[in-house]
Ligand binder design. Structure first.
Ligand code: KG4
Ligand code: ZN
Length: 344
């Protein structure tokens, strides 16, 4: 059994966690930055990097305290090394390197997306490779075939905005503030999705990819027209997003080798109607469905520690001079598509 310290700082959550290779979460600590970014309606990279630098070390100490451990008890240190906002990523990675050097422990540079992709295996010990993964976050919207640790095949991605980005922009248009996803979901519950006609970009398209930019523009037009209730716009937007995700996933399920398990990860996986759609879709295709608990869907360090544990078990550690990467695709062989997102 090994104990991994995980560090996450790629966007607007600073987090530290201690997780064992036996899936025991010994401690997980998280500090959000909602208040710092709220006046700007989105994450400001410079403010994020400073906030990470201030809070990360105390957070790591708090995690060790909670687990009643010292750095010496840890077997390896896993830090997010990208993709994400580079200032924040550097704060976490440099801290990880310093701790690894000081305590003479191996460093594991974790791809934030791999953290999300493997997180369902932390919550579900039964989940075996390969599985089909819908990775939906603020910066990414991808369908991946997860073949194993460090083995990912990207089947689809967004050609413009990510799903979470579309939720966040819709929230901004409707004046709901930041972060938008949960606020749109809450308002949508009071609205009528049929009341506002919105498009479903790329629905039924021959290419496998997603697109959300046109949907966002349609939300702007619906709002500016002044004809509709905000709750109805929120509900119609959410339904359109559900329909697009479902259509693209169905295409991937139809066109690739069957797998037993459909899995969702990333912040948008916290959305109940999306989870409900995925559960039904999995049942229709005689697949099992796994979604991590909500706290494990949005950014956290337990998923980074767990990805570290999986990599450590596979003998994958990194040199101390490894660089942070603002862009870092999980599947290096995936074809490039038009204007794919950069955030994590
Ligand atoms: O994975 P995550 O925490 O950070 C990134 O790596 O991007 O995902 C954050 C995204 C945000 O866009 C947020 O609005 C969205 O996940 N999100 C939701 C919900 N909760 C978070 N979107 C829709 N419904 C939700 N309940
Ligand atoms: Zn994320």
């Amino acid at each position: 059994m090994s104990i991994i310290l995980g560090i996450e700082s790629s966007c607007d959550e600073t987090a530290a966690a201690l997780v064992t290779s036996d899936r025991e979460i010994l401690a997980h600590k998280l500090a959000g930055q909602e208040e710092e970014h709220a006046p700007y309606g989105g994450v400001v990279p410079e403010i994020a990097a400073r906030a990470h630098a201030e809070i990360l070390t105390p957070l790591i100490e708090a995690a060790l305290d909670e687990a009643n451990m010292a750095l010496d008890d840890v077997d390896a240190i896993a830090a997010t090394a990208g993709p994400g906002l580079i200032g924040g990523v550097m704060v976490g990675l440099v801290t990880g390197k310093a701790l690894a050097m000081a305590a003479d422990k191996p460093l594991i540079a974790v791809n934030h997306l791999e953290g999300h992709a493997l997180s369902p295996r932390l919550s579900n010990p039964e989940l075996k490779f390969p599985y089909l993964l819908l990775l939906v976050s603020g910066g990414h919207c991808q369908i991946l075939r997860v073949e194993g640790v460090n083995e990912y095949r990207r089947l689809a991605t967004t050609i413009d905005d990510a799903a979470g980005e579309a939720f966040d922009k819709t929230a901004k248009i409707l004046g709901l503030g930041y972060p938008g996803g949960p606020k749109v979901e809450k308002l949508a519950a009071e609205g009528d999705a049929e009341a506002v006609p919105l498009p479903r970009p790329l629905l039924g398209s021959k290419e496998p990819h997603f697109s959300f930019a046109g949907l966002k523009s349609a939300v702007v037009r619906a709002y500016d027209g002044g004809k509709y209730e905000n709750a109805d716009i929120a509900a119609a937007f959410q339904q359109a997003a559900v329909d697009c995700l479902k259509d693209r996933l169905e295409k991937s399920i139809r066109e690739h080798e069957p797998v037993d398990h459909l899995v969702v990860a990333g912040g948008v996986a916290a959305n109940s109607p999306i989870r409900a759609m995925l559960e039904t879709l999995a049942a229709e295709h005689e697949m099992q469905f796994t979604a991590p608990p909500l706290w494990l869907c949005t950014d956290n360090a337990a998923m980074i520690a767990w990805a570290g544990a999986e990599r450590f078990a596979a003998g994958l550690t990194d040199p101390l001079d490894i660089a942070a990467r603002p862009r870092w695709p999980l599947d290096p062989n995936a074809e490039k598509v038009r204007g794919a997102g950069v955030k994590a």
